[in-house]
Ligand binder design. Structure first.
Ligand code: GUN
Length: 279
């Protein structure tokens, strides 16, 4: 039986640690405030945003919601972000993505002050990560590092293979695994002989965006498998990029979907919010 890496439990543990830290900061007169900006009413975004607000409430962080209409112009959004940058009562700024098509996401991300960039998406945050300077870490990859560490899985010297090269998951994941002294390979949609490469992995991180794509032929016996995917299948069940039933018997540890990587993203966002006050 593979070890089940329990993201629900580990994220709860992290949030409880943060709650104690936030209480102590409050006693010293330091409050934390996260500005949460949503443009439009995309239902999935609304669920994510509500979960972020709930996590803030649980930990004792003030969340200030800015719910803007779909018709908001790029200039209006830039102005709001600039105002929030200047507002000393705001520690962190989160602009929920995706934004409506008429708004240039890159411009908005670059407008957020790197000192308030709790998503870790600003080019300055990305640069700091790659050169090993302190800065905000992209939440999903930072959460995966915590899942591994808190499950007693060492990264040092291991063959780590990531499938996916997005700016939000694949690329920052590579930087973080490298920082933990892993040997890192990034595979992607144009990779030839994918299974040959993934079968080398001691730790396989799957962020491919295809329902149950990774079957047992893609994994080595005893590997650790982390599934970043989240899909709803034709029977309305949640599932990941990994075919869990097929892969689980072969591996030493694996994340479930749901309850694996998902809950860690918000826990690490909360950690980044607390980090603004630690500095
Ligand atoms: N949309 C989906 N995931 C994220 C995230 O981590 N941060 C933001 N800002 N938007 C998202």
């Amino acid at each position: 039986m593979a070890q089940l890496i329990d993201g629900k439990q580990i994220s709860k543990q992290i949030k409880d640690e943060l709650k104690i830290e936030v209480q102590k900061l409050k006693e010293q007169g330091t409050g934390i405030c996260l500005a949460v900006v949503q443009v439009g009413e995309d239902p999935a975004s609304t669920v994510y945003v509500n979960n972020k607000k709930k996590a803030c409430a649980y930990i004792g962080i003030e969340s200030r919601a800015y719910e803007l209409p779909e018709t908001t112009s790029e200039e209006e959004l830039v102005s709001l972000v600039e105002e929030l940058n200047q507002d000393d009562s705001v520690n962190g700024i989160l602009v929920q993505l995706p934004l409506p098509e008429h708004i240039n996401e890159d411009r908005i991300i670059r407008t957020i002050s790197p000192d308030k960039d709790v998503d870790g998406f600003h080019p300055v945050s990305v640069g700091r990560l790659w050169i090993g300077e302190k800065g905000f870490l992209s939440c999903t990859p930072a959460g995966i590092i915590q899942l591994l560490k808190r499950s007693g899985i060492s990264i040092e010297g291991k063959e780590c293979v990531i499938i996916g090269r997005s700016n939000i998951v694949g690329k920052p994941m590579a930087a973080l695994l490298l920082r933990e002294n892993g040997t890192v390979t990034i595979a992607h949609s144009r990779t030839r002989n994918l299974a040959e490469i993934t079968r080398r992995a001691d730790i396989l991180i799957v962020a491919i965006g295809k329902e149950r794509f990774i079957t047992s032929e893609y994994v080595k016996d005893g590997a650790v498998v982390i599934d970043v995917g989240m899909h709803r299948d034709s029977e309305n069940h949640l599932c990941g990029d990994v075919d869990f039933k097929d892969v689980e018997p072969r591996v030493s540890a694996i994340t479930p979907v749901p309850g694996g990587v998902g809950p860690m993203t918000i826990a690490m966002l909360m950690n980044n919010c607390v980090e603004t006050a630690r500095r």
